[in-house]
Each structure stands twice: as C-alpha cells, then as structure tokens.
Write a protein that binds this ligand. Structure first.
Ligand code: CAA
Length: 259
C-alpha cells in the first residue's frame, strides 16, 4: 500500500507506526489523509503479527486540526450529504487492537480529537492541546465536545472549548488527558517501549481490555461492570489465560500464542 499523506512502517515486526505527513500544513487533516489513515489502521488491525499501533506526527505538530482551507467553502448541503467527519474520520473507532497517540507540538481541533480517539496519549514536553474551533465560528466536530469533558471534566473542557486557548503538556497531564509526558527526543522510544510491552501480552486479553475500558464511556456503571465480568469470564476459555497463570505460578516468563 502506498500513501501520499501518511508514512507507515513497522517496528520489531510487531508495532504498526503511522506518521501523519503534511508537514507544511502542520498535518492539517483533509479527507484524503483520513481515508489513508483508516486504510493503514485497518491493515495493521488485520495483520496477526501486529499487536499495537502508534499514530504520530512531526516535532512541530501532531495535527493542527481539520484542513481549514478545504473546509472554508463547504455548505451545509456538502457536509450533510457527504457525512463529513463521520464517513472518513471514524474508522479508528472500529480498530480493535490498542492504538497509542504519540503527540509532539500542536494537537488542535481535529488533531486533539484524533488523539482522543486513540486509546491513550503519550505527550512530548512541547505538546499543546486545544479545541480552537470557536475562533472559526464553529464548534469541535470530531467528538471534542464529548471526549474532552470525559477526559478533563466539564469546567476545563468548557474553558478550552469556549475560549479556544491551548493547554501545555503539564496542564494536560494534570487534567488527565495524557497518560505521561516524556522529553521530546524520547517520545518515540518511550511510546515504542509501551507498545512493545502491550505486544508482549495476549492479543486476546489486550483487545478485551480495550473493549472493556471503552465501555466505561458508553453506558451505566452497572452495565459496564457486567460487560467487563463477562469478558473476564470468557478469557478463562483461552490458552493464553492458562499460560499466563501457569507461568506466574511456576515463576517463568509467559509465552503467549494469542489463542
Ligand atoms: N488547516 C489548514 N492549514 C493549516 C492549519 C489547518 N488547521 N493549521 C495550520 N495550517 C497551515 C497554515 O495555513 C500555514 O500554511 P502557509 O505556510 O501556507 O501559510 C502552515 O500550516 C503553518 O502554520 P502557521 O504559519 O499558522 O504556523 P504558526 O506556528 O504561526 O501557528 C498554529 C501554528 C497556532 C497551529 C496555527 O497554524 C493555527 O492556529 N492553526 C489552526 C488551528 C485550528 O484552528 N484548528 C482547528 C481546525 S477546525 C477543526 O479541526 C474542526 C473539527 O473539529 C474537525
């Protein structure tokens, strides 16, 4: 598969790395880029050897948002008929293996929303997050008004969405948007370390863990706990559960086979 707006490679034959690649536009997200991103994610998800994916950008920008130039002349009829955002941007929600966002520089608007659609965010110390759509006369359109308050609470989400200001990596970590901050020059090394750790576990268990945590944002606590309990029970049907627990009991490393 060859791409124009992203680059794709694997690390250690286990981690699929997707780099957003419109550097001159600060990785502004247009429809073609989002189609390519969806294709790359789906291909990695379907590849048995891949256990985890990373989406990253450049040092200056993870992504500075939806492509404003492309969007500027759209009419209501254009965006409604073409199902703008939903059609090309939401493929990532169907990806079952873990996806980590490695964010340096600007993650604004759709860029911040893309990072939030990943399973967790590792931020470089130069990262800046924000939902500045209000300055353009619109509001976030790729889930920002829903995922940001779930991540940082109502007050900060309202502050960011209504003022359009950016928050730095320290504020984002304090607020719970990012899982950890690392020095810029260690961003890929640290993210790859986390990805390889995930790849070392049973793929069935990591997929079930992702599915179950995501359920926390989609229903009641009781429904979520019941969903988790059923997945937990189901994992006792896997070879990997027998292997993982036997390895612990016998003080040896586990060798998971994803069965
Ligand atoms: N769309 C299109 N082009 C963009 C862009 C975007 N979102 N963000 C930056 N660019 C382009 C600039 O137009 C500029 O191009 P030229 O060199 O051809 O002029 C280039 O990237 C570099 O940008 P700047 O010169 O502005 O760089 P800067 O360092 O001075 O500022 C910035 C960086 C603060 C990120 C600034 O570019 C900016 O504010 N960008 C827009 C951010 C924004 O509003 N994002 C939300 C978009 S709407 C959205 O995302 C909707 C949604 O929810 C889906």
């Amino acid at each position: 598969m060859s791409f124009e707006f992203i680059t794709v490679h694997t690390e250690a034959d286990k981690v699929g790395v997707i780099t957003l690649n419109r550097p001159k536009q600060l990785n502004a997200l247009n429809a073609d880029l989002m189609v390519e991103l969806g294709q790359a994610l789906k291909a990695f998800d379907a590849n048995e050897a891949i256990g985890c994916m990373i989406i990253t950008g450049s040092e200056k920008a993870f992504a500075a948002g939806a492509d404003i130039g492309a969007m500027a002349t759209y009419s209501f009829a254009d965006v409604y008929k073409n199902d703008y955002i939903t059609r090309d941007w939401e493929t990532i929600r169907s990806i079952r293996k873990p996806v980590i966002a490695a964010v340096s520089g600007f993650a604004l608007g759709g860029g911040c929303e893309l990072a939030m659609m990943c399973d967790f965010i590792i931020a470089a110390d130069n990262a800046k997050f924000g939902q500045p759509e209000i300055k353009l006369g619109v509001i976030p359109g790729a889930g920002g008004t829903q995922r940001l308050p779930r991540a940082v609470g109502k007050s900060k989400a309202m502050d960011l969405t209504l003022t359009g200001r950016m928050m730095d990596a320290t504020e984002a970590e304090r607020a719970g948007l990012v899982s950890r901050i690392v020095p810029l020059d260690k961003l890929m090394e640290e993210t790859l370390g986390a990805a390889l750790m995930i790849c070392g576990y049973s793929q069935i268990a990591t997929m079930a863990a992702k599915e179950s945590v995501n359920r926390a944002f989609e229903g009641t606590l009781a429904d979520g706990v019941m969903f988790e309990r059923r997945l937990f029970h189901a994992l006792f049907a896997t070879t990997d559960q027998k292997e993982g627990m036997d390895a612990f009991v016998n003080k040896r490393p586990a060798a998971f086979t994803n069965q």
